[in-house]
Design a protein around this ligand. Structure first.
Ligand code: GLN
Length: 486
């Protein structure tokens, strides 16, 4: 077993016992990055100096017996959507190339205060728009389980880095599945918290009413520990919820005996990969064996979620992306004659095809003649989708479902067919539209050795229960102990 194979909490234990230093762990990650990242390509930027300086400071605190947190000294990575003071942040876009933020996102500040060395910035689909990492303006990331395949998206760099043991954990963001789907594709754990649980301040906006940052880790206990650092009310984010943060590790081992777990029938639609379905159904049987009662439930508006999401998310994106005009951030078309041409040329050169597609879709949906027919109607359907969940949670404690109808697909396979790419998100989007928390936990492999994830969905602010449910399954299996063959 190598140092980089440890989970976050295993490493934290060794740091606390003085058996290993944060500098050693950070160097081990940097060496691993050096060795494997030319194949995986998870990193857009490695911050060797910054990470080592933070590790040294952490070791000094440990020596003085004053660690800043339980995870003090555990090195992690950040999706390149989080603002990092003094370190370039691009959102995977040319339009932000060279942009060095003057401030940290709230969650980045929280990680620094908790003493976690930050190893660098991880690849993503441009502005988090995509499901495969292929819309990154820089390069696609490869899946450590099969490098000809996608690690998923948009937090694909984060998931791949965690699976390849280049980092002990990472932050991702999830607007329509971008934490959960890459976690499922890489045999890692990903949690999208309740909307409002984790601050969005300093997270580059894609679709503001849906975006939510969260932890990506190798174990459920690590996800709980990392969420503990991130969660909490932030006055700088007006949608941050003023609710108390529970102890996420306290009930982790509580099991599922006596719980009622709903199985939404709309989440097992035709067209699903039979091997993915078999792995998920196997997990359902396991929950019964562990003492939970499975209940057949219906979320009848699920079939409208895709259309609803692809009106609301692009509408918000078209508004959020209006600020990249060549005046304030990143790219500027210096040869432009006049202000209008500056806007046009900067945006023409700075945005990739997918971002342009979303801007056009969103602008259309919001335009005067179509607002009522598209945007307004989508908002009404969003309410119906949220009510589906409210009704289901009157019957059951949580829901179990697949994450993706397919296993990790080949790089290049769907890139020229946006609709088939969008369709891979059918089971993750409703959670964001409803604002409830969702988690992905490894639940098996296909015959070809590709990871499959199980989705656990819960009531708003019920992350602790989701983690407990996921842990009950994880405890019975060694899936999470299996290491990607990179
Ligand atoms: N794949 C979805 C999209 O392209 C979700 C992305 C995300 O959650 N950021 O919008």
């Amino acid at each position: 077993m190598q140092l980089t194979d440890l989970s976050m909490l295993e490493l934290a234990e060794k740091l606390a016992a003085g058996q290993v230093s944060s500098v050693e762990a950070t160097r081990a990650c940097l060496e691993r990055i050096q060795r494997v990242d030319s194949t995986i390509r998870a990193f857009l930027r490695v911050d060797e100096k910054g990470a080592l300086a933070a590790a040294e400071a952490s070791d000094a605190r440990r020596r003085a017996g004053t660690p800043a947190s339980a995870l003090d000294g555990v090195p992690v990575g950040l999706k390149d959507l989080f603002l990092t003071k003094g370190l370039e942040t691009t959102a995977g876009s040319r339009v932000l190339e060279g942009f060095v933020p003057p401030m940290d996102a709230t969650v980045v500040r929280l990680l620094r205060e908790a003493g976690l060395p930050l190893l660098g910035k991880l690849n993503l689909d441009e502005f988090a728009m995509g499901s495969s990492n292929e819309s990154s303006a820089y390069f696609p990331t490869h899946n450590p389980w099969d490098v000809t395949r996608t690690p998923g998206g948009s937090s694909g760099g984060s998931a791949a880095a965690v699976a390849a043991r280049e980092v002990y954990g990472a932050l991702g963001t999830d607007t329509g599945g971008s934490i959960r789907q890459p976690a499922a594709f890489t045999n890692t754990v990903g949690l999208k918290p309740t909307y409002g649980r984790v601050s969005r301040y300093g997270v580059i906006a894609y679709a503001s009413s849906l975006d939510q940052p969260g932890p990506m880790t190798r174990t459920v206990a690590d996800a709980a520990a990392l969420l503990q650092v991130l969660a909490g009310h932030d006055p700088l984010d007006s949608t941050s919820a003023p609710v108390k943060t529970p102890d996420y590790s306290a009930e982790l081992e509580g099991g599922v005996r006596g719980l009622k777990l709903g199985v939404p029938r709309e989440y097992f639609a035709e067209g699903m990969d039979p091997e993915v379905e078999a792995a998920v159904r196997g997990a359902l049987r396991e929950y019964e064996r562990l003492g939970a009662t499975l209940v057949d439930v219906s979320l009848p508006h699920t079939r409208y979620a895709l259309a609803t999401y692809y009106l609301i998310a692009p509408a918000e994106a078209s508004s959020n992306l209006a600020r990249y005009d060549g005046v304030r951030y990143g790219l500027r078309a210096k040869d432009a004659k006049g202000l209008k041409e500056l806007y046009a040329l900067t945006r023409e050169r700075g945005f990739g095809a997918e971002a342009k597609r979303r801007i056009m879709l969103g602008t259309y949906a919001l335009s005067a003649g179509y607002y009522d027919a598209y945007y307004l109607r989508a908002q009404k359907v969003r309410t119906l989708i949220r009510e589906d969940f409210t009704r289901a949670f009157q019957q059951v404690d949580a829901l179990l479902a697949p994450i993706s109808p397919v296993a990790p697909f080949k790089l290049g396979e769907k890139v020229n067919d946006p609709l088939s790419m969008y369709l891979t998100d059918v089971y993750t989007l409703p959670c964001n539209l409803a604002g409830v928390p969702g988690l992905s936990v490894p639940c098996g492999f296909t015959k070809a050795g590709l990871p499959v994830g199980l989705q656990v969905l819960g009531r708003a602010f019920d992350e602790a229960l989701l983690l407990r449910i996921a842990r009950a399954f994880e405890r019975e299996h060694d899936f999470f102990r299996r290491l990607a063959p990179v």
